[in-house]
Design a binder for this molecule. Structure first.
Ligand SMILES: Nc1ncnc2c1ncn2[C@@H]1O[C@H](COP(=O)(O)OP(=O)(O)OP(=O)(O)O)[C@@H](O)[C@H]1O
Ligand SMILES: [Mg+2]
Length: 346
């Protein structure tokens, strides 16, 4: 079974002090990288996290699939595919049909992983999510011009009247906008436009006039955010949402135990095995419910957290291939993908 593995060939980072075991691990990855990825004139100046995420993906793909089954495509040379075992070069178009692993550039992502990316991107429509949000949530639009549509201003004003003092708005368009909005007691429907303009400036115009392109949410505390990787409707690895962590920080567990209480405030990171147990059980239950409700959705990441009442909640779902890895074990993802393919072929 051959795979098309796309690698973003970031330059290598500057060396950092590290304990001997970590230094050895980094040297191993750098050696693997130099065997498969062409050198760049910026080597030694690259971003640490971006580089090691790519190096770990390369390692996981080669170890799991076997080098001779891996056709590597570099982000800077998308037209060429090189066999990682034999060094044979082919036009990328000849291996385009293969199963894919690795971060997908947006266009390719749309083409090849479209179904899984689209299905995970629609998470806010699924009952399995809506019944596990721990917060009020409404799908709405800004100045839709449609009297039958739900207006963000009406949603926010009704919440303000109910005593909710803060909301969180997120565009359904991936990575477009996500920000909090204060709701004073006298918040009126017409105040929503200004709140959105204050945050996005003229970018707000891109949101106007469409239905159901905003997810209005009650703002709730989200502590100990945790990213859970799902392949074939099965939870395979997970790690705390700690921005500066890569799989090099994994503690040896498939479900890394390290959590940060406040993701945005960068509070201290601590081992929290009990909370991790709670989050994993909750995620498994949500994954089972999603599998029943949306059977075609099989591969994704689900971010979970602990809400104000100590109860777990779902933050969001994202597509699997393009999600940041944190301190997860990426070989668990590739292994689950490879096993599934063998089952399908049999
Ligand atoms: N309803 C909410 N109340 C409070 N905080 C929230 C809420 N929704 C999300 N957040 C916080 O904002 C962050 C970003 O939200 P979300 O993950 O839904 O959007 P995103 O576009 O994926 O952003 P990012 O790439 O930063 O994760 C979350 O990780 C969480 O810390
Ligand atoms: Mg997110």
């Amino acid at each position: 079974m051959s795979w098309l593995v796309s690698i973003i060939n970031h330059p290598t980072p500057a060396p950092r002090d590290a304990a001997p075991a970590l230094r050895a691990r980094k040297d191993q990855l750098l050696a693997l990288w130099s065997r498969h990825v062409p050198a760049t004139d910026k080597d030694g100046q690259g971003d640490y996290e971006l580089f090691f995420e790519q190096a770990v993906r390369l390692e996981a793909a080669l170890d799991t699939f076997g080098p001779e089954n891996v056709w590597l495509v570099m982000a800077t040379d998308r037209d060429a595919a090189v066999n990682a075992g034999t060094g044979e070069r082919r036009p990328a178009s000849e291996v385009d049909h293969l199963l894919r692993y690795g971060v997908q550039a947006s266009k390719h992502h749309q083409d090849v992983d479209m179904e899984q990316a689209r299905l995970s991107g629609n998470y806010y429509r699924y009952e399995a999510f809506l019944s596990r949000t721990g917060r009020r949530l409404a799908l709405c639009g800004l100045d839709t011009g449609d009297s039958a549509a739900v207006e963000v201003g009406d949603v926010l004003a009704s919440w303000a009247a109910d005593g909710i003092r803060r909301a969180f708005l997120k565009a359904t368009r991936i990575k477009y906008a996500a920000f909090p909005v204060d709701l004073p007691e006298d918040f009126r429907p017409e105040d929503a436009g200004k709140a959105i303009f204050d945050e996005l400036g003229y970018g707000a115009m891109n949101l106007e006039g469409e239905r159901e392109n905003l997810i209005a949410q009650e703002f709730v505390p989200m502590e100990f955010e945790y990213r859970v990787f799902v392949v074939g409707n099965t939870v395979v690895t997970a790690a705390g949402c700690v921005e500066e962590f890569t799989p090099l920080d994994n503690d040896g567990h498939r479900f890394d135990n390290k959590l940060r209480r406040h993701r945005q405030a960068k509070s201290p990171v601590e081992a929290e095995p009990q909370t991790v147990g709670l989050l994993i059980n909750f995620a498994r239950d949500a994954v089972d419910a999603l599998a029943l409700e949306v059977p075609e959705l099989t591969d994704y990441v689900i971010d979970v957290a602990i809400g104000a009442d100590g109860e777990p909640l779902i933050v969001e779902l994202n597509s699997l291939l393009n999600s940041g890895l944190y301190a997860s074990q990426q070989c668990r993802v590739t292994a689950a993908m490879a096993v599934r393919k063998r089952d399908l072929v049999r």
